[in-house]
Design a protein around this ligand. Sequence first.
Ligand code: GBE
Length: 504
Amino acid sequence: MQTIVFLMYTSTFALADLPDYRFPDDFVFGAASASYQIEGAWNEDGKGENIWDRSLHEHPDWVIDKSNGDIACDSYHKYKEDVQLLKNLGVNFYRFSISWSRILPTGKTDQINQAGIDYYNSLINELLANGIEPYATMFHWDLPQPLQDEGGWPERKTADYFIDYARVLFENFGDRVKRWITFNEIIQICEGGYSGGSFAPFIKNPGIGGYECTHTILLAHGKTYRLYDSDFRGKQQGQIGISIDSFWHEPDYLDRETDQQASEIDLEMNFGWFVNPCVKGNYPDVMIERVKKNSISEGYNRSRLPEFSPEEQEMMKGTYDFIGLNHYSSDKVYLAVDGAGDHPSHWVDTGVIRYQDSSWPDSACSWFKVVPWGINKLLVWIKNHYNNPPVFITENGFSDYGQHDDYVRANYYKDYLYEILKAIHEQNCNVIGYTAWSLMDNFEWMSGYTLRFGLHYVDFDDPERPRTRKLSSYVYNNILTTRHVDWDYYPDWPPTQDNTKQIN
Ligand code: GBE
């Protein structure tokens, strides 16, 4: 079965005679993870409680397999082993996230948890000792619970607490961390957490909560960037970006004007929403207009979308050294009937219907199918809309239910990386790095441990949480060491002494 899927799936690219593009010399490769998804040790050594701890302890049945991140991959104790995985993978960097509650148990600077500082110092030093650059995400969804008790991200003061936290990070780790990502996927934090209620803290306030949350986070991002400029950049010489997730939204019928409009509106309202303020200082015009129009027709006397003051727009403009892009899949879009759906909501404001073509290959996630050309089109769109900024792919990867012989994941990486090569060589896109999600199987949020994204297999039934290499880890290693996509390369399988030997 596996083989049949694999043969059907590779046919498009593997059989064509394609240019053998190379990754530029300064292009870097890495792998990613996130604190709540891998660390475990949820209450050890002075760590405070965060919103995922609280929500999933109170509502275990909200996760498919009733699991949580209490132990996860136990990386808090096994980080040295994880660094060896990275070393064998041959990557230039590791993108991990820092647990705010491990550093500041109350979320505020009244208590600094030295054990938390020590843990990340050990991880960072171990990475550097093994020739791997530490790239740190400051916030990958695990807000300290005490800050949620005061209202969380929709409250503007949460931005001030974040900036205090960011300062602690720069002071303690900025001598060695040269790439920072302030936030991971604002739309998931805000629409998931404060509009739709599908992610912690599971609050439902559609059409309002997500906009307020986003506004706070964008201000927190901008001010953190400015803090780095004023107090740290001179001596630390690093870079700061933000990771925004987006699908490519293909017009349902390529030559139908309303479908092209749908694609453009969707990208502006769900990607530009976050990127436009960092690049140009404000939300996209089309978003400002649409939310205002709907708000007025709903009886509000002003827009539900918060406004940046002129000073804030100046502050926000240009607050990125690179745009982090998390990309997994694509969909097709057409315009919804104007105003259709339950009001108020960001989805009604967007006014676009999305679907995934049934002919596209599946992953284990209901929300994504394999569409390699989508990343190419999205990169071109970004180049055209933001004057070809440096784009760092901060996540890309594939989910399955399988074990170690993950040919489909290996082929996903080949196909997506080749589309990135095309964007660089044929369309002149400024893509500077690539990050595989994920280093290893981990706690996949509401899907628990039921599906897997890892380049390494983790046995969650074993208390030791042993990690083992999957086939895809050899393929990824082959791509980043040879610096091109070799369609014929697969390691001997099951692994033998000489794993780098080509098949045939
Ligand atoms: C990233 O999010 C996250 O940064 C990372 O933490 C995560 O492990 C990784 O992707 C893999 O998911 O009702 O079935 O449609 C949709 C990617 C859930 C963005 C899908 C969660 C998109 C966030 C649920 N979404 N995803 S549904």
